[in-house]
Design a protein around this ligand. Sequence first.
Ligand code: ATP
Ligand code: MG
Ligand code: FE
Length: 329
Amino acid sequence: RPILAIETSCDETSAAVVVGRRVLSNAVASQIALHGKWGGVVPEAAARAHVEALLPTIQAGLGDAGVKLEDVAAIAVTNRPGLVGALSVGVTAAKAIAFSLEVPLIGVHHLEGHLLSVLALPDELPMPHACLIVSGGHTELVSVRGLGDYEIVGETRDDAAGEAFDKGARLLGLGYPGGFAIQEAAKAGDPKRYSLPKGLVGDTIDFSFSGLKTAVLRLVEREGDRLNVADAAASLQETIVSVLTERAMRAVRRLDSRALTLVGGVAANLALRSRLAAACEKEGVGFLTPPLSLCTDNAAMIGLAASYRLARGERNGTDLESLPTAELP
Ligand code: ATP
Ligand code: MG
Ligand code: FE
């Protein structure tokens, strides 16, 4: 039975239809052009843009799936964590649709959505496994023992990996959002040209990226016009990719995990995907990462997480709240 999923937690408006683990559609309206002017997400502008884009995006999601609104069996919506004004747009619409269709409503944690985006793959999901969530606001290593059974075993003590890309890109004059811009600029660059700090040292599975941002600032100040932007982008990407790979593989060994999954917006980074794939192959463990369209924010992953929760009989009432912060369930 089709689930209509809605995601409005940050700067993409998205609506998807999923049936079990099958993604029938995944419509995304991005606000990149809107926030690009300011170089970051402006919460009030984001909420207004969701109001404008939501109904057309829902229509697109249903249309692409060939599913009529009256055939929808349940509504899933991201209700936490995120920008409250932005979340509320999706949550309010989800409540209204569930109420009028008289179908179940379920609120989904945004990071559980990212974590379970790998359910779209045909592969069996080995349990337990280690998951690296790398996004605009989070960098977490999670021990996944089963659906809904998670333990965060490592995390960033300051900036997220996506923030390191975004702030680095801004300092290098590469624009917003930074991750993709760094990846493209890095293609022509020498990753060994500039040496940048990897943050924490020692046998840890935590992260620290704030020193990296400062180091890029110093580099830009020191080199001035002599700075080779492609080399700087390549060096920055190399530093982030190698830290993430080192810690993720350490977590795999510590947890005695049979597989690693890579999810979240930064999982779209091609250098990171290939480095982790190679490291997992060498280690003899499985490696799963969703297609690029399911890495950055999207409603399909919300539908996938909702699927198993609804199957377990979980539901929310019309009192479902939008929360700025929330622990992984
Ligand atoms: P969170 O999921 O933590 O709440 P978010 O939803 O804002 O944060 P996502 O949409 O999951 O974040 O991810 C956005 C981040 O992914 C941005 O920091 C962006 O720069 C980064 N990103 C996107 N594509 C790439 C890429 N190809 N390489 C590196 N980073 C990328
Ligand atoms: Mg986003
Ligand atoms: Fe996200």
